[in-house]
Design a protein around this ligand. Structure first.
Ligand code: KG4
Ligand code: ZN
Length: 355
């Protein structure tokens, strides 16, 4: 039973064919990173235009690689939200057209549920209920995932998402966009305890996050010293090589800056682990699921696996942690069995909630 998944909620155009909700036959992702990098973040209008350019070849490649014809499909699943309206619209319109033309059922999938399914897809041993953290450029959301795949929101960021904080600090320090992967590669070269960043105490729900103060603390650090020489060197590096290697970055980054990066990353990880520990004490969950782009972070993975949790912690492989369509097709599988099909008036929902 094959489902074609289509994902276009932000800056990746993705299509995948997944068999029986588990077996990824193809997963194609066209990234727009290079388009947005020069603006230091995702430009919504450009994202929509790039999706329009990419959607046909990406879907064709996913079908070709999986040796699937449209008539072999049981359904087409598409991300209906949350995300950028113009970007979502491209995927949804394309999915609807294919379904209409080929008489296939359409399934709308919440992008955040997709991220959770990236873990269920890869790890057969996962048992629900679980504590699920979706940590990406747009979200830092903690859920209780029930055995019937219903979700309860336990906490979320009140300002920046963790990935957004990585990207803003990366930009502030001259590492280009997105900053997360670069900072992750440089963090092991700095002292994580060199700078003690203090975080705002959360009034109300202690499981909520706030990362904007941490970003401001790094900004204050940059303002208090003259970084002009190293900033100019990193700018020149980015101009000469579009994707510098870790060694390239290390050559233009003094120790004190590496210490700030390591301390920043350490603080983000501690904030996440603290909440996961509280939740494992308070809830009767079988495991912890961590997914979304920031789940690629090697420091977070290592800290979570050696964090002394009484239940297993599962991450997707990095390729399924960031935005992809295999997770959308996988999340659609149980919906197909429950016959939760969408009408052709399915609309993109920028702020679609999971609960
Ligand atoms: O899930 P994703 O592909 O898109 C969203 O739904 O947002 O996540 C992208 C985010 C970006 O903010 C990026 O900097 C961050 O994930 N990211 C990382 C790493 N790899 C990607 N952050 C920290 N460490 C990484 N290794
Ligand atoms: Zn995502």
């Amino acid at each position: 039973m094959r489902i074609l998944g289509i994902e276009s909620s932000c800056d990746e155009t993705a299509a995948a064919v997944v068999e029986d909700g588990r077996n990824v036959l193809s997963s194609v992702v066209a990234s727009q990173l290079d388009v947005h990098a020069k603006y230091g973040g995702v430009v919504p209008e450009l994202a929509s235009r790039e999706h329009l350019r990419a959607i046909v070849p990406v879907v064709e490649e996913a079908l070709l690689k999986s040796e699937t014809r449209l008539q072999d499909l049981a359904a087409i699943a598409v991300t209906e939200g949350p995300g950028l309206i113009g970007s979502l619209l491209v995927g949804i319109t394309f999915a609807k057209s294919l379904c209409f033309a080929h008489g296939l059922p359409l399934i709308g999938v919440n992008h955040l549920e997709g991220h959770i399914h990236a873990v269920l897809l890869e790890h057969q041993a996962v048992e629900l209920p679980a504590i699920a953290l979706v940590v990406s450029g747009g979200h830092t959301h903690l859920y209780f995932a029930n055995a019937d795949l219903s979700y309860r929101l336990l906490g979320k960021t009140r300002d920046d998402a963790a990935g957004e904080a990585f990207d803003k600090v990366g930009k502030l320090l001259g590492f280009g966009y997105p900053g997360g992967p670069v900072m992750d590669s440089l963090a092991p070269h700095g002292n994580p305890r060199a700078f003690k960043f203090t975080l705002a105490k959360m009034s109300g729900n202690p499981l909520d996050f706030s990362f904007s103060g941490l970003k401001t603390a790094v900004l204050r650090w940059t303002e208090a010293r003259d970084l002009s020489v190293q900033m100019a060197a990193r700018k020149a590096l980015l101009k000469s090589i579009p994707h510098p290697s870790k060694q390239d970055w290390l050559a233009v980054t003094p120790q004190e800056t590496l210490d700030v990066i390591a301390s920043f990353q350490y603080t983000v990880i501690q904030e996440i682990l603290k909440r996961l520990h509280t939740l494992t004490e308070e809830h009767d969950a079988r495991c912890i699921i961590v997914s979304g782009g920031v789940a690629c972070n090697a420091g977070l993975r290592q800290a979570a696996h050696s964090g002394g949790f009484p239940i297993p912690v599962y991450f997707p492989t990095p390729g399924l942690s960031t935005d992809n369509a295999a997770m959308i097709a996988a999340a659609a599988f149980p919906k197909f069995h429950r016959r939760e099909f969408a009408d052709f008036d399915l609309k993109p929902k920028a702020n679609l909630a999971l609960t």
